[in-house]
Design a protein around this ligand. Structure first.
Ligand code: PGA
Length: 235
């Protein structure tokens, strides 16, 4: 079984005390599991304001990394309210979501803005986790140089599956994963959209990992997902 990526996207959820409790509960089990086998990686994307706290409290393991949920499409400068890639880098962030469907839908992000963000992230040595619906893949890829495409992790996130409890049919996921690999090169390709403990094994068979929203808010449920790769291996 190859290593897998498990990404928790908390979105705009959790107070300081809830974030603290999550890390405490998750860390207890995760550190033990990963000390035995560190191949798979967990990436936690908390709200920006929680990044320093999460960084301080979370396990100091290569297999546990922090991601931003978004980044400015501008560099450092006079852009009130924006957070630049270099500032994320300073916080110890090694990955950043970009182009999530909620950003595209509620904040009007275009393919062009997403491309600018990817360029700035890569320049700051942060790995972009590009989220795309199947309708967006080609247009988004067209706006990126081969080098930038090859620097991304790509998450296939069908908008109809996000937050609905209805994960995408696996037969529809496989061809999209192949399409992404043909356009972006041999980059990790993830699936996201209503991933849960019942459907995760199917998705892990055809992808390099999962991007999890709702289920990641509960530390035990998310831990159980990250332990699935071990279960698969034992079968
Ligand atoms: P969900 O969210 O797991 O709650 O569907 C996934 C996502 O938005 O990345």
């Amino acid at each position: 079984m190859q290593s897998k990526l498990f990404i928790a996207n908390w979105k705009s959820n959790k107070t300081v005390s809830e974030a603290t409790d999550w890390i405490a509960e998750f860390s207890k089990q995760f550190a033990v599991l990963r000390s035995k086998d560190p191949r798979s990686k967990v990436i936690l994307a908390p709200s920006l304001v929680h990044i320093p706290l999460v960084k301080e409290l979370s396990p100091k393991l290569d297999s546990f990394q922090i991601a931003g949920q978004d980044v400015s499409h501008f560099p450092l400068g006079s852009y009130t309210g924006a957070v630049a890639a270099d500032q994320l880098r300073d916080l110890g962030v090694t990955y950043c979501l970009v182009g999530h469907s909620e950003r595209r839908r509620y904040f009007g992000e275009t393919h062009q803005l997403v491309a600018q963000k990817i360029e700035l992230l890569v320049a700051s040595s942060i790995i972009p986790i590009l989220c795309v619906d199947e309708k967006e893949i080609e247009q988004q890829a067209d706006l990126l140089s081969a080098k930038l495409r090859n620097s991304c992790i790509v998450a296939y996130e069908p908008v109809t599956a996000i937050g609905t409890g209805m994960g995408q049919d696996i037969s529809l996921v496989e061809p999209v994963v192949s399409q992404i690999k043909s356009l972006f090169g041999d980059v990790p390709v993830l699936y996201g959209g209503s991933v849960n403990s019942i459907n995760i094994s199917e998705y892990l068979f055809v992808t390099d990992g999962v991007l999890v929203g709702a289920v990641s808010l509960d530390p035990q449920k998310f831990f159980d997902l990250t332990a699935v790769s071990y279960t698969l291996e034992e079968q």
